[in-house]
Design a protein around this ligand. Structure first.
Ligand code: CMP
Length: 138
């Protein structure tokens, strides 16, 4: 089991002014920030990041949304990071997320759900390396 996961604060949460509160919560929950940057995905880069979803009906909407504004990307470290972080962010659909989870508190809708969290150790590594070089991971 790896101790790292990858997250993004998505354009909706950035535009709604929740980035500070979300980062504060992540740090208070005991995650160490390995790497962090503010950036903006082009539609091409967003399409590449979400290529695994390219056959899904919501793919176009997802790519458009994820390239619609600034995001924060980060690699986080904590014991059992992938699973614990998915518990912290809550269900994909904020309407179904538990009270107190980041998506329940800050997400807009199923498509605009405030944060990303990797779903496996393998994807955490792939996604982290999509945004950060080895020299940017501390
Ligand atoms: P995430 O799990 O971070 O990565 C895939 C994203 O696709 C997911 O968050 C949602 O934001 C989005 N998504 C999943 N299902 C739907 C859907 N039915 N309609 C729109 N977007 C969706």
């Amino acid at each position: 089991m790896s101790n790292r996961t990858f997250t993004m604060i998505k354009p909706d949460a950035m535009k709604n002014g929740h980035a500070g509160a979300i980062l504060d919560r992540i740090i208070k929950e005991g995650y160490r920030i390995v790497a962090l940057k503010q950036t903006k995905l082009s539609a091409e880069k967003a399409g590449e990041f979400y290529a695994v979803h390219s056959a899904r009906p919501f793919y176009g909407e997802l790519v458009e949304f994820m390239s619609s504004g600034i995001i924060i990307a980060a690699i986080l470290e904590k014991e059992n990071a992938v699973a614990s972080f998915r518990t912290l962010i809550g269900a994909t659909d904020p309407a179904k997320a538990d009270e107190g989870t980041i998506r329940k508190m800050y997400a807009t809708s199923l498509g605009e759900n405030a944060v990303h969290g990797s779903d496996s150790d393998e994807n955490a590594e792939i996604e982290g390396s999509f945004f950060f070089s080895g020299l940017e991971k501390f």
